[in-house]
Write a protein that binds this ligand. Structure first.
Ligand code: NDP
Length: 326
């Protein structure tokens, strides 16, 4: 028997509740994991509240992240006692996920827990932090270096934003943090932001081309904010787009792309190939300062996950949420 958050749906609406399940109910998979910690990402908020159709099958155990100890495995790469991380691959959407004390998974989805991190630290990073690393790697791949100028990070006080600020500042970039919570300026500066900008300055429709400012960008907001970020990106600058916290639309023009050679790079963590995941986790181990990870995360229990998911979508949760499932 184990505890899990379960989302179920009747003809009217979906509901999430903490339930006790039996091992025999676990889905098919070649690795069974005793989960130690999970997390709450924006997508988990969408799944638990039902605000977007993230969950594709019911009943569903949400949780796109988990870390835990292998209980049993018929996968050649894993043995009982190994510690593993899972991020994405549709887990928590189409396959039972991490907001549970136990999970059964496809071993091909797993990544060994890097020695640099405790299980809790790995989940303080979670999908949000690993996605922030993918954004940083994309900026680097497209040639953006600290001497080229400022990097703007939107949704700065959220999970992806907080880790992106910590990473970029450690790597020597000057980071401008865009937030709807100017009251959190001290927090953002402690993470490494050189300047904090009010989101309102980027939220109204702007010109197709604005004054050139950013050498690069990490955008989690989408919509008008992303359009304005593109319009104010410098000649040959690079914008990484990974989120839709402000909306799925993109009311932009092609002007920044055809007149300034701006590159817009899409970032997806869910189906990202294993080789790139391994590199991202290695880079997190070498480039993320653990004291900053402590500053940007806090812990809750499984019983608080549903309430916290609602708060996350209201934009009132700061940084990363680690769920201690036991
Ligand atoms: P969080 O909820 O932790 O952070 C989102 C932040 O966006 C908030 O803290 C807030 O920052 C800002 N925000 C919230 N609502 C609005 C709004 N209406 N308009 C403008 N800004 C808003 O979420 P995560 O960091 O976990 O995820 C951020 C985004 O990235 C989500 O859209 C998520 O789906 C996406 N994502 C995508 C991944 C991928 O693979 N492509 C992987 C991980 C996340 P502030 O208060 O500082 O303004």
């Amino acid at each position: 028997m184990f505890q899990a958050i379960v989302i179920d749906k009747d003809s009217e609406r979906q509901q999430a509740a903490l339930q006790t399940l039996e091992d025999s109910q676990l889905p098919a998979g070649d690795v069974t994991v005793r989960v130690s910690h999970s997390t709450l990402n924006y997508k988990d908020g969408l799944a638990i509240t039902g605000r977007s159709p993230v969950v594709r099958k019911f009943p569903m155990v949400p949780g796109i992240d988990l870390v835990g100890e292998v209980e049993s495995s018929s996968h050649p790469a894993y043995r009982a006692g190994d510690w593993v991380i899972l991020n994405g691959w549709g887990v928590g959407e189409t396959h039972w996920g991490g907001l549970a004390q136990k999970a059964r998974l496809n071993g091909d989805w797993l990544v060994p827990l890097p020695q640099a991190f405790s299980p809790r630290q790995a989940m303080a990073i979670g999908t949000a932090g690993y996605t922030a690393m993918l954004c940083v790697m994309a900026l680097e791949r497209h040639g953006v270096r600290p001497e080229h100028g400022e990097i703007v990070v939107t949704g700065a006080a959220g999970g992806v934003g907080s880790v992106a600020i910590a990473l970029l500042s450690t790597l020597g970039y000057r980071v401008v943090a865009v937030t709807g919570r100017p009251g959190d300026a001290a927090y953002l500066q402690q993470l490494g932001a050189a300047e904090v900008m009010d989101r309102a300055l980027l939220s109204a429709p702007g010109k197709p081309l604005a004054k050139e400012r950013w050498a690069g960008a990490v955008d989690v907001v989408g919509s008008q904010v992303l359009a304005n970020v593109c319009a104010s990106t410098r000649y040959r600058g690079v914008v990484t787009a990974c989120g839709l916290a402000g909306g799925m639309d993109l009311p932009a023009t092609v002007a920044p792309f055809i007149l300034r050679g701006v590159t817009l790079v899409g970032i997806d963590s869910v189906m990202c190939p294993r080789e790139e995941r391994l590199v991202a986790w290695q880079r997190l181990a070498s480039d993320l300062q653990l004291d900053k990870l402590g500053q940007l995360s806090h812990d809750i229990g499984l019983g608080q996950a549903i309430d916290t998911a609602h708060q996350l979508l209201q934009g009132t949760v700061r940084g990363r949420v680690v769920v201690d499932v036991n």
